[in-house]
Design a protein around this ligand. Structure first.
Ligand SMILES: NC(=O)c1ccc[n+]([C@@H]2O[C@H](COP(=O)([O-])OP(=O)(O)OC[C@H]3O[C@@H](n4cnc5c(N)ncnc54)[C@H](OP(=O)(O)O)[C@@H]3O)[C@@H](O)[C@H]2O)c1
Length: 343
């Protein structure tokens, strides 16, 4: 099977992740038999120009997936809970970007560079889940370190961009920043954030759980254990929203069974696929979200060992949450299943 034989649908095509998927299809020059763009009734009937053709946006509520080979879902967890199983039952292989199926035993939680071996057969559920946008870059760096040094503990602090809350999140940050800079008298604009984000940081993303951790923090814990196949891994996280438009960052502390060696760590990370390593030298000693280079790479710097704790190290990771953390991971999953003839 090749892409030219496939019918592909994008649910959430008008959103931040959906738009990024369309950019990737264009950049990769993927030619498919049919491409359906799907969103809510709010966008249904609108047309979207793509590669010189006009596409009408379909309403998910009235869409039939029986003719679809691959359906990308990125329209929110509740939408996936309601529709993804139906799409899979109608025959589509669903690649889901939401939180709906990540911990489902019948749905692989896939990061092709880490556990791509799971993508050789159609999953029982017909659904392949994509991890959370902060988890993906972290496991892509921890996996090679784990193989060599055996990681036993991970402490993660994330610095997450406004785009993690979709197109509206980015617009909310722009509005609040503009109003604040102009000295407007009106109340600061919070939009979909819990408090206004411009010139601020917010230590709370997604809902608060009884544990005192947020759902976003719990995702990092549960998902990294599942992807790395390390149920014993000790993991804890604090997830923070920062006034950056796009690209998430994280400071990651890790503790291993074996003593660390910085040169070996650098070599392992340089060998990891699609990773750019910053060694503290030159004009760009470390990555930053605003000026990150290749958006299809995970960027890692500040790689260091702790002087008095030889089994402990840190790194700083930056990656495009819309690409690495969502659309690109989903696209790379699709490319593997197509190459392996799974759909
Ligand atoms: N942003 C990220 O970095 C990121 C990373 C990983 C995963 N995700 C997940 O991906 C999903 C989408 O995120 P996003 O950032 O792209 O959000 P977004 O920019 O807000 O886009 C949401 C999309 O969902 C569609 N939608 C909303 N309600 C719908 C309904 N009832 N039926 C059909 N379509 C509906 C919207 O269509 P309309 O235009 O018609 O409203 C729009 O296309 C979320 O579950 C998010 O958690 C996002």
């Amino acid at each position: 099977m090749s892409w030219a034989d496939l019918n592909v649908a994008i649910v959430g095509a008008t959103g931040a992740v959906g738009e990024t998927l369309l950019s990737l299809i264009e950049e990769r020059n993927l030619q498919m038999r049919r491409l359906d763009l799907i969103a809510s009734e709010r966008s249904a009937g609108r047309t979207r120009s793509f590669r010189g053709q006009q596409y009408r946006v379909h309403d998910l509520a009235h869409f039939d997936f029986s003719d679809v080979d691959i359906a990308f879902f990125s329209a929110g967890t509740s939408i996936s809970q309601q529709w993804a199983r139906k799409a899979a039952q109608q025959g589509a292989l669903v690649i889901d970007n939401t939180n709906a199926f990540r911990m489902d035993a019948d749905s692989p939680l896939a990061v092709p560079q880490v556990n791509g071996d799971l993508l050789g057969t159609r999953p029982r559920s017909g659904i392949i889940a994509n991890p959370n946008c902060s988890t993906i870059p972290i496991v892509r760096l921890i996996a090679p370190l784990d193989r060599h040094f055996h990681v036993r503990k991970l402490i993660v602090s994330t610095y997450q961009a406004a785009s993690g809350a979709g197109l509206t999140g980015m617009e909310d940050l722009r509005i609040d920043a503009r109003q604040t800079l102009s000295g407007a008298q009106e109340a600061p604009h919070a939009g979909r954030f819990k408090v206004p984000l411009a010139f601020n940081v917010i230590p709370s993303i997604d809902s608060m759980l009884d544990t005192g951790f947020t759902l976003e923090e719990q995702k990092v814990v549960q998902e990294s254990r599942k992807i790395l196949r390390r149920p014993d891994l000790q993991v804890s996280a604090t997830a923070v929203r920062v006034p950056v438009l796009n690209c998430h960052s994280a400071a990651v502390y890790f503790e291993c069974e074996a003593p660390l060696d910085r040169q070996r760590m650098l070599a392992l990370l340089r060998d990891a696929p699609e990773v750019t390593v910053y060694d503290g030298q030159g004009n760009t000693p470390f990555p930053t979200p605003r000026f990150m280079g290749n958006a299809n790479h995970v960027h890692v710097g500040r790689i260091r060992t702790v002087p008095d704790m030889p089994e402990s190290g840190w790194f700083w990771v930056v990656s495009d949450n819309l690409r690495i953390g969502a659309a690109l991971n989903a696209m790379q999953v699709a490319e593997q299943v197509v190459a392996k003839g799974v759909c």
